[in-house]
Design a protein around this ligand. Structure first.
Ligand code: PMP
Ligand code: GLN
Length: 392
């Protein structure tokens, strides 16, 4: 293994899912739903396979039906217009979108600012592209509403501004944010946009949890801010939005020059994205608002169930504003090493979680935080809570 990748080892998700299997534990580690997405969308995939849509290499940018559906979705949800022929690229999940965008846009030595803790592929892909990551740490803060026992992870805009140097090429943003569940506010996004324009930076914005924002909050795409459309690569994923993580269909929307650049990298990574699923995802994106509303309400209820359960079990709980993860602080349980805690948890009570420290360069900052996924059936969450409550 070369020096660029040597520090990364095996992803925590593979390690923890294997541990869950080995110990027969409830897996609240890796974020994947335990219920598949809509039946009609599955049927659309079967139909595409049977009728021979996409069984041979589909077009490089993605099948026209899907690119059109992505454009319609961005217009319907956010009022953003994109040209399906020049401003959309279908990718093998958001993971490939992140990799291809970084490989296409970075020169060796370029600096990339990323919000820490960050999704694990960011660091590895920045490294593969020869870039240097510059983390800006989200820090625990009191909840905006000041509800007792709650908090969130806050972005310090001064720190973000101070992180920009003459070598900074781009900001890699993620909102709603994995693993903290933070949703950047309109004011925070406006400040990021202003900074990007002022310092002439590109932004790759990972918005795969765009449909998972709670309590009536709205997801605001960074590309909708003044001056941002031409410098922003926006990433979405059918895995998250339609609960088909195994299909690996993602996409980017961006200005023509940026899409062309990302396509140049994508053509040598996967060449094209798996065909039949693209037709099915095109249908999924056209589902009525009631699908998206139901999806959100369902996860909000699950968030509430797991957050309350974890609090009752003695964890410090950062009730998330978005995503399907809840980050906890284990110090109220009398321990502070999240790694050791997560490695022992399956034996202690049959539950698997993820130590947030893996998402940090400053590992000490992340040490006491542990992430639980709530994209699981209610009965599974209830059983997990019962098991975790037995810890105390
Ligand atoms: N970005 C974030 C923030 C994620 O949480 C995930 C998935 N877990 C991805 C990207 C990757 O998405 P996909 O499965 O579509 O590759
Ligand atoms: N994104 C999911 C998570 O954060 C898992 C994706 C993966 O396993 N690579 O849990």
């Amino acid at each position: 293994l070369n020096r660029r990748l040597a520090e990364f080892g095996t992803t925590i998700f593979a390690e923890m899912s294997a541990l869950a299997q080995r110990t027969g534990s409830i897996n609240l580690g890796q974020g994947f739903p335990d219920t598949d997405g809509p039946e009609a969308v599955r049927e659309a995939a079967v139909r595409a396979l049977r009728e021979g849509h996409g069984n041979q290499y589909p077009p490089g940018p993605g099948v026209p039906e899907l690119r059109t559906a992505i454009v319609e979705h961005q217009r319907r949800r956010y009022g953003l217009s994109y040209d399906p022929d020049q401003e959309v690229l279908v990718t093998a999940g958001a993971t490939e979108a992140i990799a291809a965008a970084l490989l296409a846009l970075l020169e060796p030595g370029d600096e990339v600012i990323a919000l820490e803790p960050y999704y694990d592929s960011y660091a590895a892909c920045i490294a593969m592209a020869g870039g240097t990551r510059v983390p800006v740490t989200l820090r625990p803060a009191a909840a905006p509403g000041g509800e007792s026992g709650q908090g969130h992870f806050a972005l310090d805009l001064d720190e973000l501004r101070a992180a920009v140097t003459p070598r900074t090429r781009l900001i890699l943003l993620n909102t709603p944010h994995n693993p903290t569940g933070t949703v950047l506010t309109r004011a925070e996004l406006a400040a990021v946009a202003e900074l990007a324009c002022e310092r002439d930076l590109l932004v790759i914005t990972d918005e795969v949890y765009e449909h998972l924002v709670f309590d009536g909050a709205e997801h605001i795409p960074l590309a909708s801010f003044p001056g941002m459309r031409e410098r922003t690569v926006t990433i979405g994923s059918a895995g998250k939005t339609f609960s088909f993580t195994g299909w690996k269909v993602g996409w980017i929307t961006a200005a023509p020059g940026l899409v062309a650049a990302v396509r140049s990298a994508k053509q040598f990574l996967t060449y094209v994205t798996s065909g039949p699923f693209q037709y099915a995802v095109a249908e999924a994106l056209r589902l009525p608002d009631s699908y998206f509303d139901g999806f959100r309400a369902d996860h909000q209820a699950k968030r509430d169930l797991l957050s309350a359960g974890l609090a009752k079990a003695g964890f410090g709980v950062f009730r998330p504003a978005g995503t399907y993860f809840v980050t906890t602080d284990i110090r109220p349980l009398g321990v502070s090493d999240g790694f050791a805690f997560c490695r022992a948890l399956p034996e202690r009570c049959g539950v698997v979680a993820i130590p947030n420290a893996v998402f940090y360069d400053h590992r000490d900052q992340g040490a006491p935080f542990v992430r639980f996924a709530f994209c699981k059936r209610t009965a599974v969450l209830e059983e997990a809570v019962a098991r975790l409550t037995s810890l105390a």
